[in-house]
Design a protein around this ligand. Structure first.
Ligand SMILES: Nc1nc2c(ncn2[C@@H]2O[C@H](COP(=O)(O)OP(=O)(O)OP(=O)(O)O)[C@@H](O)[C@H]2O)c(=O)[nH]1
Ligand SMILES: [Mg+2]
Length: 457
C-alpha cells in the first residue's frame, strides 16, 4: 500500500466532488496562488531594494523614550504619506490604551482604588480622604480596568501568569504609560496582515475594539471630570508628577479621542507611546520617486536590557541617527532610578563614538524634546541643580541647549577613533513641520553617504 501523501499543494481533489464544490475549490486555489505570488513579489522587491545603492541603511539609537520610533514615524509621514495614512486606524487601540493607562494610573496613584479590595464594588480608600464625587467617579470608571487588560493583551500579547502583576505593582510610581508591542514585527504590520481577514480571532478582536470604543465613549465625561478635579491636580502636584510631560499623554483630548468614530490624526500617532522590544526593520519606499528609492531603518529598543542587540547592526550600516532627549536632565531611567537620564545619554554617546566598527559611519545627532526642556526651564527648574558643571551660567533654554550641544560635540571629537564630522540638530519630534525641515536637511547627507559607502561616488 502507498504511504499517505503529505505536504502536497494543492491537495488532491476529493474522490466525489460536485461541480459546485469543484468550482469553489478551484477558486480558493486560484486565490491562494494569487496571495502567494503577491507575497513572493513583495519579498523579491524588498531583496532588490536592499541591493540598490540608494537603499540607505539607517540605525536609530538612543536611550528608551528618546524619540527613535517617533522619528521613524516622521520618516514614514514625510516619504510615504499614503502608506502612513493607510495605517492610521491601527494606532487607535494604542492611543486608547495610552489614555486608559493614564486614567487608571491617576486612580491607583491617588489610592482611589484599594488594590486588594477592588472587584467592581464600591472601592475603599485607605486614608478615607476621598470625597463623594471621586468615589462615584472611581466606580463609574471601573470598567476601564478590564479594558486596559484586554487591550494590553491584544497589543503586547498576553503575559504568562507569573509575570502578571498586582494592581499596586502595575504602575511605575511616577509614570503612567508604558506599553510594549508584541514581539517580532511592529504593531501596524501585525494589523496590516490581518486586514480583510474574516477569521474567528479577527472577528473577536474587531468586536472587542468596538466594545472598547463604546465604553470609552460612555466614560468620556467622567474621565474629563476626574482629570479636572482639584484633588487630582493637587495629588499629582504633591508628588511632583507632570503627566502632561509624559509620553502617551492624551488626557487633554478626551472628548475627541473618545468619540466612537475617532480616527487618529498624524499628530496623535506621533504622540502615541509604545516601548520598542527588540530591533525592528522598516522599509521606507519613497512614494513618487522614479526608481523607488528606499531607506531601511532599524529602530532599536533603547532600554538598558535592549542595548546588547545593537552591535549586530554595526557592520553594514551607513548612517546612525542618535537621539538624546535633552529634557531628561532632571529624570532617572525608568529601569534604574539611580541613573540620571542625561548622564546615561552622554555615556551611551561616548560608547557609540568610540566604537571602532563605526569609524566610517556618518553620525547625525538629534538633541530631541527641546519643547519639554524649554517648558521645564521656563517653569523655573534650575538646570545647574542637576548638572553642577553648568555652575552659574544663565538658566535660559538657549544657553542650556548650546551647553549640551557642545558637550555632545566634544565627546565626538575626543573619543572618535578618527576625526569625524557630525551633523547636529535640535528637534521636537512631535512637531511634524519642524521635523520635516530637519529631514530635508539630512536627506542629502544620508543619500551621499550611502552612495559613497557603496563606492558609487
Ligand atoms: N513632547 C515631546 N515628546 C516627544 C518628542 N519626541 C518623542 N516624544 C514622545 O516621547 C515618547 C517616546 O518616544 P519613542 O519614539 O517611543 O521613544 P523610543 O526612543 O522609540 O523609546 P524605546 O522604544 O523605548 O527605545 C512618545 O510618546 C513620543 O510621542 C519631543 O520632541 N517632544
Ligand atoms: Mg521605540
Amino acid at each position: 500500500m502507498l504511504p499517505p501523501r503529505r505536504n502536497v499543494w494543492p491537495p488532491p481533489p476529493p474522490a466525489a466532488e460536485s461541480e459546485e464544490q469543484r468550482q469553489a475549490r478551484v477558486d480558493a486555489e486560484r486565490e491562494a496562488k494569487r496571495v502567494s505570488n503577491a507575497i513572493d513579489e513583495a519579498l523579491a522587491l524588498e531583496r532588490e531594494q536592499r541591493k540598490r545603492p540608494h537603499n540607505a541603511k539607517i540605525l536609530l539609537l538612543g536611550q528608551a523614550e528618546s524619540g527613535k520610533s517617533t522619528i521613524l514615524k516622521n520618516f514614514q509621514l514625510h516619504f510615504a504619506p499614503k502608506a502612513f495614512q493607510a495605517e492610521s486606524e491601527a494606532w487607535r487601540p494604542v492611543i486608547h490604551l495610552n489614555l486608559i493607562r493614564s486614567v487608571n494610573f491617576v486612580l491607583s496613584l491617588l489610592e482611589i482604588r484599594h488594590p486588594s479590595t477592588y472587584h467592581g464594588d464600591a472601592p475603599t480608600s485607605p486614608d478615607g480622604a476621598l470625597s463623594g464625587p471621586l468615589r462615584r467617579l472611581s466606580i463609574s470608571l471601573a470598567p476601564l480596568r478590564q479594558v486596559e487588560e484586554t487591550l494590553s493583551n491584544r497589543i503586547a500579547g498576553s503575559r504568562p501568569p507569573e509575570e502578571q502583576r498586582s494592581e499596586a505593582e502595575r504602575y511605575h510610581p511616577a509614570k503612567a504609560s508604558e506599553i510594549s508591542l508584541r514581539s517580532g514585527s511592529g504593531w501596524t504590520a501585525f494589523l496590516r496582515f490581518r486586514r480583510g481577514s474574516t477569521s474567528a480571532t479577527d472577528r473577536n478582536e474587531k468586536a472587542e475594539e468596538l466594545q472598547t470604543r463604546r465604553i470609552l465613549n460612555a466614560c468620556a465625561h467622567d474621565i474629563m471630570t476626574l482629570w479636572a478635579a482639584p484633588e487630582v491636580q493637587q495629588g499629582l502636584k504633591d508628588r511632583d508628577i507632570v503627566l502632561q510631560e509624559q509620553s502617551g499623554f492624551f488626557l487633554d483630548e478626551v472628548q475627541r479621542i473618545c468619540q466612537e468614530d475617532y480616527v487618529p490624526t498624524p499628530d496623535d500617532i506621533l504622540r502615541a507611546r509604545v516601548h520598542t522590544v527588540g530591533p525592528e526593520e522598516h522599509f521606507i519606499h519613497m512614494e513618487g520617486t522614479e526608481n523607488l528609492k528606499s531607506w531601511t531603518v532599524y529602530d532599536m529598543g533603547g532600554s538598558t536590557s535592549q542595548r546588547a542587540a545593537w552591535a549586530q547592526f554595526f557592520d553594514d550600516v551607513h548612517v546612525i541617527i542618535f537621539l538624546a532627549p535633552i529634557s531628561a536632565f532632571n529624570e532617572t531611567l525608568a529601569e534604574n532610578n539611580t541613573i540620571n537620564r542625561l548622564a546615561d545619554s552622554l555615556k551611551l554617546w561616548r560608547t557609540i563614538c568610540s566604537n571602532k566598527l563605526l569609524t566610517n559611519v556618518e553620525f547625525i545627532l538629534f538633541l530631541n524634546k527641546v519643547d519639554i526642556l524649554t517648558r521645564k526651564i521656563q517653569a523655573g527648574v534650575r538646570f545647574a541643580e542637576h548638572v553642577t558643571s553648568y555652575r552659574n551660567k544663565p538658566n535660559e533654554p538657549k544657553e542650556v541647549i548650546k551647553y549640551l550641544s557642545d558637550a555632545f560635540a566634544t565627546i565626538n571629537q575626543t573619543y572618535s577613533p578618527r576625526k569625524r564630522r557630525m551633523h547636529r540638530h535640535v528637534t521636537c519630534a512631535i512637531d511634524t513641520k519642524a521635523t520635516a525641515t530637519v529631514i530635508n536637511d539630512i536627506h542629502e547627507v544620508i543619500l551621499m553617504h550611502a552612495l559613497t559607502a557603496t563606492n558609487i561616488l
